[in-house]
Ligand binder design. Structure first.
Ligand code: FRU
Length: 717
């Protein structure tokens, strides 16, 4: 293969290690002109980098001694060189130099030597698989190191680079390690770029085919790309801008517009990982939905706050990433869930900062009317210690399980709920109080409600909503969302439970609500995936939001939920079906993977009714929504293509009744069902691209149906 760099500077410091010597020898074999350039001569300005179109620093041990001999000179020389369009390749522990050299504010946090038993290498991000460094591979799992070789590394694990794009995670002992960000691309505004490959390379061992050869191929292609004037021109998702930039986010969404299984009118992240809705607020004429977002890939890690907004709940647009972990802050390892509160006319965020084994409440404010930029409080965390009474749960991960925030004001006092667990007892919701309009000073009051273990050992994302004479408290218990209707007495403090149930009987978690301008309470929940981590990584996206649900409690204390009425504006092509059904399937004359189906069913002498959605042309492989024996069930065993982690049916009980009204929202991998006026059942299924049919039949007799169906348009601007 022809390699384009005409002149490579192979950087080194002091005596070359056997690995560095082998890399230099390899470079001299494959490239036309290679100079060994001492870093000290770069630092003191005696080496003229402008003579080279690529510089490569390959370090299999701690690079700090090299840096100690002139960091500022090196930083200045590299900045000049890169601004002039040069390319810099940093491999193995040389990636540690990105922070001292000013290439990134955040350096790799996982540095050392690993000894993988089996093969290791790179797990390529699906949106960046066309990066030139990976040319020639058609597998996203690139094995570059054979079994048993020491692997020096400098990669990102708890952290992400602030400005670089993660092109690949890790692959070790035949397992995906998406949480090991190993290959990072730093575009430079003035042209030029830096590529870091922080693991799984060995030139000394490259004779051990095929692994070492694969690693050498990545380096060879990377050097060629870095020498090119526009190294990444032509990539499907440009990587010339930072990963928080809205144009980059929108480019990722466009690239995934037709991604199989990705919902189009249920909110998703542009790509990568999404979990809980956060900070919901209607502000300055728009709904703001923030969400737990990992820009590093479709796995839970290094959580930022993503942001989407809408004026009408119908059309949404992506906004820049709103909150990022601060390497020096109490949120270093993640900006976890929280809420927006408007206090004295000013929006304030309270969210959970994670660092090491601590999770503590943090605060951020803004004067940006679009809520795009936030100032974190320098005094964070606002609550520095977790309560000791009752004894709260400690786990392997956390000194105290203590997170997520719900804040409201009543009669001049601010109340603040935090989710937790009482050791040996069960999930709990803790109450704080404040009269500080800035929401900085909080006084601990105690738990308002504690479960009995049967409801989960930790309660996450507690939320209190008030409806006339009733309070509704819901908590997410690691599996599902329990709600309690009753009364909160903030003096005792205690939540008196009158009734309880589940908000949704399927895949629905960590919901949060906000008030619409007309007073309706709208709730969104996270719809977690039901397929494995490798499938999520390969899809390039994970997680969706439920539809916005209008939630209320009536005077009798009964909970009701229905889809926000604005969603009707997304309806397109329409078909209806009315009349008797027998036991053979009747096909609907409308197909699609984004559909709304509204139906009323009367059982007549039938035992039940089955509605099939997402079905293949031959009628096989459908997801079935079945109403029978006072039960509404979604049977999804045959509905998915590819491996899924759960095909168990999901169901809810309904009161006995001869008629039932259902609203069924099908959106690629989401089937969200509203039954009657209160019960919800949301399921994830993975139909792939082809399955889109709808049909219906009665079971054991005849039934009558009245069905309206619409195609539903995408919600993205
Ligand atoms: C719920 C949750 C929260 C936490 C967040 C982290 O899904 O675990 O308790 O704040 O997600 O992403």
């Amino acid at each position: 293969m022809t390699v384009s760099p005409s002149r490579l500077a192979y950087l080194h410091h002091g005596t070359r290690s056997p690995e560095q010597a082998a890399a230099l020898e390899w470079a001299r074999d494959v490239l036309p002109a290679v100079d060994a350039v001492p870093l000290v001569s770069v630092a003191d300005g005696s080496a003229d980098l402008a003579r080279y179109d690529v510089c490569w620093w390959h370090a299999d041990s701690d690079p700090s001694s090299a840096l100690a001999d002139g960091t500022s000179g090196l930083a200045a020389a590299f900045a000049d060189y890169l601004d002039g369009g040069g390319g810099l390749l940093l491999t193995l522990r040389a990636v540690e130099a990105v922070e001292p050299l000013g290439i990134d504010r955040i350096g790799p946090d996982a540095v050392g030597v690993a000894h993988p038993q089996s093969t290791s290498g790179f797990l390529v991000h699906p949106l960046y698989e066309d990066h030139p460094a990976f040319a020639g591979f058609d597998d996203r799992r690139i094995r570059t190191l054979g079994p048993g070789h020491a692997s020096p590394h400098a990669r990102y694990e708890a952290l992400l680079p602030a400005d670089g794009h993660v092109l690949a995670g890790g692959f070790t002992d035949e397992h995906d390690r998406p949480d090991r960000s190993t290959v990072v691309w730093w575009p430079r505004e003035q042209g030029g770029a830096v590529l870091g490959v922080g693991a799984s390379l060995s030139f000394a061992d490259r004779v051990i085919a095929p692994y070492g050869m694969a690693g050498a191929s990545v380096v060879e292609h990377a050097l060629a790309a870095l020498a090119a004037p526009e190294p990444t021109a032509g990539m499907r998702v440009p990587v010339e801008r930072g990963y928080r930039d809205v144009e980059h986010l929108r480019a990722m969404r466009r690239a995934q517009a037709d991604a199989p299984n990705k919902p189009t009118y249920h909110l998703t992240a542009p790509a990568n990982w999404l979990n809980d809705p956060n900070g919901l607020v209607h502000w300055n004429g728009r709904y703001h939905l923030f969400y737990q977002y990992n820009p590093g890939g479709a796995y839970h890690g290094s959580i930022h706050w993503g942001h989407a907004t809408s004026a009408d709940l119908v059309t949404w647009r992506d906004e820049p990433v709103a909150l990022s972990p601060d390497p020096d802050g109490p949120d270093r390892d993640g900006c976890w869930s929280g809420c927006t509160v408007v206090a004295d006319g000013e929006p304030i965020l309270l969210y959970t900062g994670g660092r090491g084994r601590d999770q503590l409440p943090c605060r951020a404010t803004t004067d940006d009317v679009d809520l795009r930029t936030w100032r974190k409080d320098p005094a964070n965390p606002v609550i520095a210690e977790t309560p000791t009474d009752p004894p709260l749960l400690e786990t392997d991960d956390w000194a105290t399980e203590f997170r997520d925030h719900c804040v409201w004001e009543a009669d001049g006092t601010w109340y603040h709920l935090v989710g937790s667990g009482v050791a040996g007892v069960g999930g709990t919701v803790l109450l704080y109080e404040s009269t500080d309009p800035e929401l900085r000073d909080w006084e601990y009051r105690g738990p308002v409600l504690t479960g009995d273990g049967g409801h989960g050992v930790v309660w996450e994302c507690p939320e209190l909503l008030r409806f006339n004479e009733w309070d509704l408290l819901h908590v997410s218990n690691g599996d599902h969302v329990d709600y309690f209707v009753g009364h909160l007495d903030t003096d005792t403090p205690r939540f008196e439970v009158v009734d309880s149930g589940r908000l949704d009987h399927g895949d629905f978690y960590a919901p949060q609500s906000t008030e619409a301008p007309d007073g309706r309470v709208l709730t969104w929940g996270w719809l977690p995936e039901e397929r494995g981590a490798p499938e999520q990584w390969d899809a390039g996206w994970s997680g969706a939001m439920s539809l916005p649900r209008e939630v209320w409690v009536d005077h009798d204390g009964r909970l009701h939920q229905r889809p926000a009425e604005e969603l009707a504006a997304l309806r397109g092509a329409h078909e209806s079906l009315s009349g008797p059904l027998d036991e053979s399937w009747t096909d609907l004359d409308l197909s699609g993977q984004a559909l709304e189906l509204d139906l009323t069913v009367a059982l007549d002498d039938a035992d039940g009714v089955e509605l099939g959605v997402l079905e293949a042309a031959d009628g096989e492989g459908r997801a079935v929504v079945r109403w029978e024996d006072r039960e509404l069930r979604i049977d999804r065993a045959a509905a998915s293509e590819g491996p899924v982690s759960s095909v168990e049916p999901q169901w809810l009980h309904l009161p006995a009744d001869g008629t039932l009204t259902l609203r069924v929202f099908v959106d690629h991998s989401v089937v969200e069902v509203f039954a009657g006026d209160g019960a919800c059942l949301t399921s994830r299924v993975y139909p792939g691209e082809a399955r889109d049919g709808v049909s219906i039949r009665a079971l054991g007799g005849r039934a009558t149906v009245d069905l309206d169906a619409w195609r539903v348009a995408s919600t993205w601007e």
